[in-house]
Design a protein around this ligand. Sequence first.
Ligand code: SAM
Length: 428
Amino acid sequence: MKTASRRDPTGYSRLVGDGHYADAPSGLWGKFDNVRRNWENQITRFAIRPALAHITRQAHAAGRGIRITDLGCGAGEGLDLLLKVPVGAEAVRGRYLIGCDDLAAYHGIDLCPTMITQATRRFATLPQASFAVGDLADLGQLLRGHPPFDLYYNSYGSLSHLEDGQLRRMIDGVLQHQSGPCVVLIDVHGQLSPEWPAYWNYSCDANAPRMQPYNMVWMYPEAERAARLDEQKGYRVRYWRGDELRQYLRGIPGVVERQRSLTLIDRSVLVGRHMDTACFRPGCKPLRRAVNALFEFNQISTPDDLRADDLPSTGDAQADAFFAGYILAWNTLVDWFGRLVSGHHPPAPADLCSAGGPVPAVLREGLEALVEQSKRLAWFNPGDPEANLLQPQFGLLLRQLEFHTQQGLGCGHGLLAVLELGSVTGQR
Ligand SMILES: C[S@@+](CC[C@H](N)C(=O)[O-])C[C@H]1O[C@@H](n2cnc3c(N)ncnc32)[C@H](O)[C@@H]1O
């Protein structure tokens, strides 16, 4: 019997086979959900922008390109992030602080060979990009033969995979390698995040293991998470408090002597990944999902979805004071926005942001812009102006609240430390 020809005259089967006709990945969950793209990447960019601007100016003045190494680079996501750091108020040369033309080298290191294969493939056409498999604890050795870098970068908790001794060896490796002024970004998990009350202050107990359970089941659709939990039960990471990380860095010989500045920044305070999985806090309100929906086309988050619950005491007075003020400001904004979109005359931004008021003054302009926008929605017809015009902007306003009020205490899913070092010769 003759088999039917499998030739496809339309050419579409290839597209189907390559996954283009599978369900589009949603912005509501997964590695590249809306919060990662619109909130976390951008907070990371804001955090690093002043230091990046400084080393970029320095490289330009010396007539050379900027050199970056990415520690725990994954598939090279760091390069995507760094090439989109907005210039903001410092705009002189375009929209982003650095472009491919400004880059002399981007060298990624990761322990996972599959990640390195993927990164190499993704950046095959960028001659300045190179990748190598290696353990960050052996950074000194791995960087031998490479000229010093301007930026020793990493993102999304890569350095929480290292035990304290390994992280110290890695930083020693940077100190040995560095010669001129440079920036070291340290991206770890925050210990005081509302996602995991069982970890709050565990490292104050000298006997508690420094590495504690973690998992990444949030990468999978909700229905698959329970099964994946078992696969990932051996996974351990280090969770850090801000003051602890500061002290730890100061204890590494060479850091204090060369340190120009050290800035700590909390990222994803109420919107960490595990707010949605509730793996570490049963019954936790899925606020990340609600904020993801703010940014999703044709999706609505209601004030009830977005209101944050009060937290019990973390056992850290500074963190408690921060959370009390932050949650009050967050919920005030949520209620204000609810009234705005339902036509119930919300309080004037000037009153909300007045001295001693619940919302920081820096948000006033954004609130006023939203009020103006809410009066000009008729052009968006047919459509859903609340879901597609106002809610995404409200999401950005909440992000601004986080960036302008966080205190780098370790109260977010992520804790960033931006360490600026002077040159080895002692020039700060
Ligand atoms: C959370 S992922 C972050 C990936 C990427 N930087 C990003 O922004 O999405 C952590 C990465 O650290 C890598 N990693 C874990 N332990 C490591 C080690 N000891 N040395 C080098 N890389 C490591 C993992 O393979 C993984 O790619």
